[in-house]
Design a protein around this ligand. Structure first.
Ligand code: F0G
Length: 448
């Protein structure tokens, strides 16, 4: 077995440790409390490898025993167990104890909405809505774990590059932990709700004249030189937290895995985290078969989809453009991990146009659910795969809605008040303050 193929620590590895950080490239190991942003030997990304959960005598738990333990924790309302992330503590950071920075977060719903199912052509479609997290996106799941690590390693400040959601999340968790937060965002390319949150929670916000990919390069260099703890999704603890989207949806389905899990993809941290979560859940016997991961990119920002179509022979970089600013990323950092996730789950990668994203978003929004543009890419992706005959109408599919509808009010105003080409646009109507004017509007809408 190659170094990177080990799922859990074996009995003779890392004696006395519950988890280690292991380099993806050369296998070099670091203590779990080491704050290195990457492997000090070869510079590759670090991943967390845990010892499999065991009983009081050190005997590894069976899948059934672990399922029972996790089920019992669903009743916990206080401390870590009230969080849909820290309930899975033994699978993400077993040594955290009480020293966690938690809002709490997670516990997001799996929604069953007929209008969205009809649009996608799939009766078995469920929506896992990560917009219900405290700052309105899935980022909080990784950020609670990353911030906890920052605190326990004594970080003086935390930093990230972001298209907006990571920065909002970092700002909130840094504020809670009492650590200064520094964020690097592409100037003029962050949705209004995300920018407002980041400023409100008090992070020092740098508007970089460049795109997300440049922001990421800059924050990596700056944090290395200035000793600031980096909290992008290349941080291995962020990945651990984001795994819980998968653990939680599997638990909500009583560990009967769906056929497909579909998610929007940009920097590929989430695709990588989903692959790791499924690998571990399968190895532990929590599930008996693997769902296929489907990563959906915006057509103008789709290097990974291009790579997939060529059998991943080449790593691509593009100049990214899309209305879905959250995934406006041309040089995804977690490429290799995401390739592994797609390969191991017999997954798929596809791209959807901005028009398809808007079309899906209008349907999700009008169903009373709502999501930000990037999130709608997953529903647009399901629709495309149903039309192509890859997903059958009866398949069980979970699409991840990664962010809240209020994240991007600018796009909403544009769709409903300014554009003429969007079906389902809901124009507001300005009237005089008279009952007659109201009556005219009502009779007009009856006749139209
Ligand atoms: N959906 C939303 C709403 C996002 O904010 C992001 C990433 C993604 C999907 C894609 O996830 O990068 O792990 O493939 N947002 C990052 C940020 C880049 O800075 O907020 P990914």
């Amino acid at each position: 077995m190659a170094i990177s193929d080990a799922v859990f620590l074996s009995a003779h590895e890392a004696p006395g440790a519950q988890s280690v950080q292991r380099c993806d490239g050369c296998g070099h190991e670091l203590d779990e409390r080491d704050a290195a942003p990457a492997c000090p030997v070869c510079g590759s990304l670090l991943a967390i490898v845990h010892r499999a959960p065991a009983d009081a005598n050190g005997v590894a738990l069976t899948g059934a025993a672990l399922r029972e333990r996790l089920h019992a924790r669903c009743c916990g309302m206080r401390g870590g167990h009230g969080s849909g992330v820290w309930r899975y503590e033994s699978l993400i950071m077993p040594t955290a104890g009480d020293a966690i920075t938690s809002h709490p977060e997670g516990n997001t719903p799996l929604l069953n909405r007929a209008r969205v199912q009809q649009f996608a052509g799939c009766d078995g479609l469920l929506l896992k809505h990560e917009g219900y997290n405290p700052t309105g996106s899935f980022k909080d799941r990784g950020m609670t774990v990353g911030t906890t690590q920052a605190v326990r390693t004594g970080a003086s400040a935390v930093a990230c590059a972001s298209t907006g959601n990571t920065s909002a999340s970092l700002a909130s968790y840094a504020a809670q932990a009492g650590i200064p937060g520094l964020v690097f965002v592409p100037a003029g390319k962050v949705a209004l709700g995300k920018m407002a949150q980041t400023l409100a929670y008090g992070a020092r916000t740098l508007l970089v004249r460049g795109d997300f990919d440049e922001c990421l390069r800059l924050v990596q260099a700056a944090s290395k030189e200035l000793g600031i703890y980096l909290l992008n999704s290349i941080n291995p603890w962020r990945v651990e937290g984001q795994k819980t989207i998968v653990f939680e949806l599997l638990q909500q389905l009583e560990w009967d895995a769906p056929d497909f899990i579909v998610l929007p993809a940009g920097n590929l941290g989430n695709t990588a985290a989903f692959g790791k979560a499924l690998r571990e859940a399968h190895a532990l016997g929590l599930i008996t078969r693997l769902p296929r991961i489907v990563s959906v990119q915006a057509a103008g920002s789709a290097p990974f989809a291009k790579g997939f179509s060529e059998g991943f022979t080449t790593r691509h970089r593009v100049q990214a453009e899309t209305i879905a600013t959250a995934i406006r990323i041309g040089d995804p950092a977690s490429w290799d991990r995401a390739v592994r996730a797609i390969r191991e789950t017999n997954g798929l990668v596809l791209s959807v146009t901005d028009d398809e994203i808007i079309e899906a978003k209008v349907v999700v929004d009008a169903a009373g659910v709502g999501c930000e543009p990037a999130s709608a890419a997953s529903v647009a992706g399901v629709r495309q795969l149903v039309r192509a005959g890859v997903i059958r109408g009866s398949d069980r599919v979970v699409a991840i809605l990664t962010g809240h509808v209020l994240k991007d009010p600018g796009t909403l105003v544009n769709i409903h008040q300014e554009r003429d080409d969007v079906a389902g646009a809901n124009r507001p109507i300005e009237i005089d303050a008279t009952v007659d004017a109201v009556a005219r509007v009502i009779s007009n809408s009856r006749s139209s």
